[in-house]
Every structure is written in structure tokens, then in C-alpha cells.
Design a protein around this ligand. Structure first.
Ligand code: 13P
Length: 319
């Protein structure tokens, strides 16, 4: 059943986080819903603007309707990840989304406020909630790249002004993560001190952690053993840090890279071990199973296991 992501996040605040999984194909959709059903956890399904261009919005919506029919017990929300004003307007019109993200974080503060406020006006008129971003992550999300020169942590006082002036419903904060498989060097990790300062300025306001994939070293090792060339410095966010971040107001945790790494490992190993094979269903079955297991474990790790029913009761009802 579909809910608004913000309702699910308000219920989770301070106790657990919703896994927000970036998916774009049939195998991922099956894996995601199977994993959520096994964990009995509420989830957020999210599509980026680029994924919508790749798969077609109508195809993604039909996949979701299929998943809704096949896995009726799963409480989920549908969210547009990293939209610009145009993509947010399009997603708002489509009737498929309970929430959209306007990512104007690459613009100066004042422009970010203006752009976000415009999207909030448009979306709220349709009953759709809005995630915005302040501060900048490094790395690549789809084809959009922020360089280390432009990467900036969120300023706590600006965060409060931003939330007040835009009327956004949740805020993605930059606290040291980046998109992709190369997040940290050395011992670096999340800037929990900065997150704490942000929470002090906007207590009770739902915060979002982008770039939250764990990038397990075991996946990297297996991909490389099967012919891949992912650099050894690949690294992700530690589970213990995510747990600490949840206590500091993070209620939505975005995960895309981990799903792509599992896809790469499964397919590389399959075709290495079955060089004469050309049927996509073999690796497809394995991927669905492996991705489901990943989603199940991740939801439990985020504290969302066995929360689907109470979250659904709290949320204002299906959207
Ligand atoms: P990862 O690259 O860490 O999976 O982050 C995904 C993300 O933040 C999508 O918005």
C-alpha cells in the first residue's frame, strides 16, 4: 500500500530510518519488494530524473502497480530523487509521486531558496511533499557530478533559515558523504558533529542522508575477481555511523550504489562461470534473490524491521 514518504518519516523520526532505494528495472523491483516484505519494513521507492528517462515514467509506474499487486503487505512511498524544477513539475503532474526532491543545492543559497520555494508552492497545491537539499555532496548521481571544489557541508544556521523560508518538508544535508563507490579516504567518515549542530537548529525536522551506500569490501573483491576493475579505495558509510545519524534526526537513507554493485557482481560471476550462456534469466533470478536479501538486511539494520504495520497505521492513509 502506498503512503506519503513524509508521513512515514515523521513516524520514524529518532527511532529508525526508512531505506530509500534507487531502482529502475523489473529485477530490482521484485528484489526490493521481496526484501521489504521479508523484513516487514516500510520503504521508499525512488526514481531519479535520469532513471525515468531511461525506463520511461509509464513503465516505472506499471512496474510499481505490479509490485503493489504481487506484494500487497508492503507499505511504501514513491519519491522523485534529484529533480530540477522541470522534473518536479512533471512528476507532480504525473500523479505517481507522494513526494519530490528539488535539488538546487549547486546554486547559491538565495537561488536555492527561490527554486525550492517555487517547487514547494506547486507540489503542496497537489498534496505532494518536498525534499530539498542544502550543502553539496561530492561524486556522481546519474550523470550529475559535483567536484570536490564545490562540495560543501550544510551550514546549521542556514539550514534553519532555509527550512523556514522554503516550507520544504524534509532536508537532505551534506555531512561528508558522496554519491557512488568512492566516499571516504583513510579514516574519514560522517561528520556527526555537523549533523548534531543541524539537528539543534531544526529539532524534530526530518533529515535525509544521501550517498549512504555501504560499498562492502567483499562485493568489490568479488567483482574484481570476476574481471572487474573497481579501485581498491572504494569505500562506503559504516553501519555504526548510520545508526548514530538516525539518533540525530536522519529519517531517510538513500541507497543506489550498493544495488548496482550487487548487480555487477552477480552478472560478472554468472558469465565468468557460464561462458556459453546467453539467457538473462539465470543471473536475473540470482540478482532478485541477492538484492532482496540485501534490502531485508539493510531495513533491519536501519531499525525498520517489523515496523510496516504500525507505520501504516500512523501514516494518514494511502496516497
Ligand atoms: P549512493 O551512491 O551512496 O548509493 O547514494 C545514492 C543516493 O544518495 C541517491 O540520491
Amino acid at each position: 500500500m502506498r503512503f506519503s514518504s513524509i508521513d512515514l518519516m515523521r513516524f520514524a523520526y529518532g527511532r529508525y530510518a526508512l531505506g530509500a532505494f534507487n531502482v529502475s528495472n523489473l529485477e530490482q523491483m521484485h528484489g526490493l519488494f521481496r526484501g521489504a516484505a521479508a523484513a516487514r519494513a516500510p520503504i521508499i521507492v525512488q526514481f531519479t530524473r535520469v532513471m525515468r528517462q531511461y525506463a520511461h515514467p509509464a513503465m516505472l509506474e506499471q512496474l510499481l502497480r505490479g509490485a503493489e499487486t504481487i506484494y500487497p503487505g508492503v507499505a511504501f512511498a514513491v519519491h522523485l530523487d534529484h529533480g530540477d524544477e522541470e522534473a518536479c513539475a512533471d512528476a507532480t503532474k504525473s500523479g505517481h509521486f507522494g513526494s519530490v526532491m528539488i535539488d538546487a543545492s549547486a546554486h547559491p543559497f538565495e537561488q536555492n531558496v527561490q527554486k525550492t520555494a517555487r517547487v514547494v508552492g506547486l507540489a503542496h497545491a497537489q498534496g505532494i511533499k518536498v525534499e530539498a537539499e542544502l550543502g553539496q555532496l561530492q561524486g556522481i548521481e546519474d550523470e550529475e557530478e559535483a567536484t570536490s571544489n564545490t562540495a560543501l557541508l550544510t551550514d546549521p544556521v542556514q539550514a534553519r533559515l532555509f527550512v523556514d523560508r522554503t516550507g520544504c518538508d524534509s532536508l537532505a544535508v551534506a555531512i561528508g558523504t558522496s554519491h557512488g563507490a568512492y566516499k571516504f579516504s583513510g579514516d574519514h567518515g560522517l561528520r556527526l558533529d555537523r549533523l548534531e549542530a543541524i539537528q539543534r537548529e531544526v529539532p524534530g525536522f526530518p533529515l535525509v542522508l544521501h550517498g549512504a551506500s555501504g560499498v562492502p569490501p567483499e562485493e568489490i573483491r568479488r567483482i574484481n575477481e570476476a574481471g572487474g576493475r573497481i579501485a581498491e579505495e572504494a569505500s562506503g558509510v559504516r553501519a555504526s555511523e548510520v545508526e548514530a545519524a538516525i539518533r540525530l534526526g536522519i529519517t531517510k537513507v538513500n541507497i543506489g550504489t550498493d544495488g548496482r554493485l550487487i548487480w555487477t557482481r552477480v552478472h560478472r560471476e554468472f558469465f565468468r562461470d557460464h561462458p556459453a550462456e546467453f539467457n538473462f534469466m539465470g543471473p536475473g533470478e540470482t540478482y532478485m534473490r541477492e538484492y532482496a536479501l540485501f534490502v531485508e538486511r539493510k531495513c533491519v539494520q536501519l531499525g525498520g524491521g517489523n515496523r510496516a504495520e504500525e507505520a501504516a497505521q500512523f501514516a494518514c492513509g494511502p496516497v
